[in-house]
Design a protein around this ligand. Structure first.
Ligand code: SF4
Ligand code: SF4
Length: 394
């Protein structure tokens, strides 16, 4: 996938080099003039002297800041893609890659109940016309998707139907394009009407990124879980049996920021309907911080990832609210890793857990256990790879 093929899709010529995107970045600390100089370097593919290209943590927020829809984030990607084509990836990145074995999600230990869920969800044909796409994060914590809701909305998916988000976030354009092709081929004759997503990353990949930037074609409607569930509540399929007396602080995900205010507000509307009181961090929504996972995708660095993740969990712990709500399953797992550093901080919760409690179900929580094993896997597989000088291509 060459830059020229994507110029029109990404409104390449819309960039006014105004610097609005980068001056708002919470990680680069740029003045307006520095931001203008940086976007010029990014547009010229000046990898050698651009601070942003070296230090950007891939949080995606600059796309939300651009008033001209000129995709500054994807401009950064083009540079990283060019770097990848020349140099490949260091071996320390291997454990983070969905297609490589072992990798930090598939390498988690799974109980017999969890394995049974994986098996059930991997049926050859879809169990219904409307299904829930699990994505790698729900596959990592499958017991989130138990109970009555998933009798009505069966989960259908498996590890190898990865949405390619990790490649996209690393700016690996050709591997992302291969995923778009593979998923188009897989889903073309599956007779699905609607695919519902519990993870904003998978939702954005299937709704926007893969079709609009990488030519994927999906013969079904895509819906985010919150919209699906609110609609089911309206229809009376489910009823809130008891309001929850909870107070939470919100963590918004990278993909949620580009999906927009309406999307982020919807998550809050659902929680309020369940009886949850919402608090915010001093800078929130599109100005909020990354959970950390994206920060590892520029320099493939566990240290970059840790610094960003610790910054966010401390920010959330300092805010009001008893629990932290992370409505992205990926953020939930990543922030849970940093929770291990301060086990006495706020509890990390996915809204689905509140939903299931409110309709009268008991939820088996696994995020902290999975985070422990994910962290151990990273320490034993990714850290030793820092000493390996080899490089690889996906
Ligand atoms: S990408 Fe958008 S915000 Fe950034 S410099 Fe270009 S026009 Fe301005
Ligand atoms: S992706 Fe995030 S860290 Fe990188 S330049 Fe954009 S806003 Fe800043």
């Amino acid at each position: 996938m060459e830059m020229e093929n994507l110029r029109s899709v990404l409104d390449w010529d819309n960039c006014k080099e105004c610097g609005e995107c980068l001056v708002n970045c919470r990680y680069m600390n740029l003045s307006r003039q520095d931001a203008i100089d940086e976007i010029k370097k990014i547009n010229k593919r000046d990898l050698a002297s651009s601070k942003v290209l070296k230090k950007c943590i891939s949080c995606y927020a600059c796309d939300a800041f651009c008033p001209n829809g000129a995709h500054p984030y994807e401009r950064i990607h083009y540079n990283w893609d060019y770097r990848y084509k020349i140099k490949g990836l260091p071996m320390r990145a291997s454990y983070l890659m969905p297609s490589r074995q072992p990798n930090f999600r598939e390498n988690l230990p799974f109980s017999p109940k969890e394995k049974a869920l994986h098996k059930k969800w991997a049926s050859d044909v879809p169990p219904a016309k409307v299904v829930l796409y699990p994505g790698c994060n729900l596959l990592s914590m499958p017991r989130l998707a138990e109970g009555a809701i998933f009798e009505r909305l069966p989960v259908w998916g498996r590890w190898d139907l990865c949405c390619g988000e990790m490649y996209f976030r690393m700016g690996l354009l050709e591997p992302t394009a291969r995923i778009a092709e593979k998923l188009t081929e897989f889903y073309k004759d599956k007779n699905l009407d609607e695919m519902v997503f519990i993870c904003p990353a998978g939702y954005n990949m299937f709704t926007n990124v893969l079709p609009k930037q990488f030519g994927a074609k999906f013969p079904f409607k895509t819906t985010f879980f919150t919209d699906w569930f609110l609609n089911e509540l309206d229809k009376g399929t489910f009823t809130i049996k008891h309001k929850l007396n909870k107070s939470v602080v919100m963590h918004d995900s990278c993909h949620a920021r580009v999906l927009g205010d309406e999307f982020m507000d919807k998550q809050r509307i659902l929680l309020k309907q369940l009886g949850v009181t919402i608090h915010e961090t001093p800078k929130n929504k599109k100005h909020g911080l990354c959970c950390g996972v994206a920060a590892g995708t520029n320099r493939y660095s566990v240290f970059d990832l840790s610094i960003a993740g610790i910054k966010e969990i401390f920010t959330l712990d300092r805010a009001s609210g008893d629990d932290i709500v992370a409505y992205c399953t990926g953020c939930l797992l990543t922030l849970s890793c940093f929770r291990l550093l301060n086990p006495f901080g706020k509890r990390l919760v996915h809204p689905l857990e509140y939903v299931r409690e409110a309709i009268g179900e008991k939820v088996t929580r696994t995020n902290q256990k999975k985070a422990f094993w994910a962290l151990l896997g990273i320490m034993t597989h990714a850290l030793p790879a820092y000493l390996n000088p080899k490089r690889f291509y996906v």
